[in-house]
Design a protein around this ligand. Structure first.
Ligand SMILES: [Zn+2]
Ligand SMILES: [Zn+2]
Length: 242
């Protein structure tokens, strides 16, 4: 994957360089508990399809990631388990009356970590009629990733306008779906805090509009699954658009 061309800017940002991993997908679902975008989720035996806490309708299934399929830092973050993300896509407006669907911890989203010990005996759910087409993740492409100018500023590194332009022209932070790396913030920096310990949660997986999933968050919004670095099962999803 490409890096920042300008050596001065690349050098300056080197302390904030992280690896991100881009999913490589093929059509189809793969094993019930395998890593995929769209398709049907793994569910516990007898478990009913998760419903939206805002409108009661079945949520849409977006992604699941099994630690066994992931690069090591992400596998560790999942403690060997299965990450799943569901989100309400009912667009009749009824759902959002009492909820802010973009905000972390909204009842319109479910992000959960199924522990590895609980995965045995699970079954693939019967697909709801309108699931997104399944895309099985067959590999991960590692790429450098960098924070945006605002986030580098928060970390004590001020970029000039020209340097900020170099960074965004080079395509950083990376858009699209990705594992770890730095969030592509559409608005400001919006990490949620862990409800248990107050620690700032960190990016686990980015979900973009109309990339691997045929869905748009607001007006071409970008969403982020974040995780407490201390409480691995504390997960959140939030999105923003311009
Ligand atoms: Zn809903
Ligand atoms: Zn915590």
């Amino acid at each position: 994957m490409s890096d920042i061309d300008n050596p001065t800017v690349r050098e300056k940002l080197a302390p904030h360089r992280r690896s991100a991993w881009i999913p490589e997908v093929v059509d189809g679902e793969g094993p019930a508990d395998g890593s995929r975008l769209g398709g049907a989720p793994w569910l516990r035996p007898g478990e009913t399809w998760p419903a939206c806490g805002g409108c009661g309708q079945p949520m849409q299934f977006f992604v699941q990631l099994n630690a066994r399929d992931l690069p090591q830092p992400a596998a560790q973050a999942l403690e060997g388990g299965l990450l799943q993300f569901f989100y309400c896509t009912s667009d009749d407006g009824a759902c959002v009356v009492d909820a802010e669907p973009w905000a972390p911890f909204s009842p319109t989203a479910l992000v959960r970590l199924v522990a590895r010990d609980d995965l045995g005996g699970g079954t693939a759910a019967v697909a709801e009629p309108e699931t997104f087409p399944g895309k099985r993740i067959v590999d991960w492409a590692e790429s450098p990733d960098y924070p945006n100018w605002e986030e580098t500023g928060d970390r004590g590194l001020t970029l000039s306008d020209e340097e900020s332009d170099e960074l965004s022209d080079a395509g950083f932070p990376l858009g699209g779906e990705k594992l770890l790396g730095w969030p592509l913030w559409v608005q400001g920096v919006e990490y949620p805090d862990c409800p248990d310990c107050g620690e700032r949660m960190e990016l686990l997986f980015q979900v973009d509009s109309e990339q691997n999933i045929p869905y748009m968050f607001g007006d071409v919004g970008v969403g982020h699954i974040t995780q407490c670095p201390r409480h691995r099962s504390r997960l959140a999803f939030g999105w923003a658009c311009s």
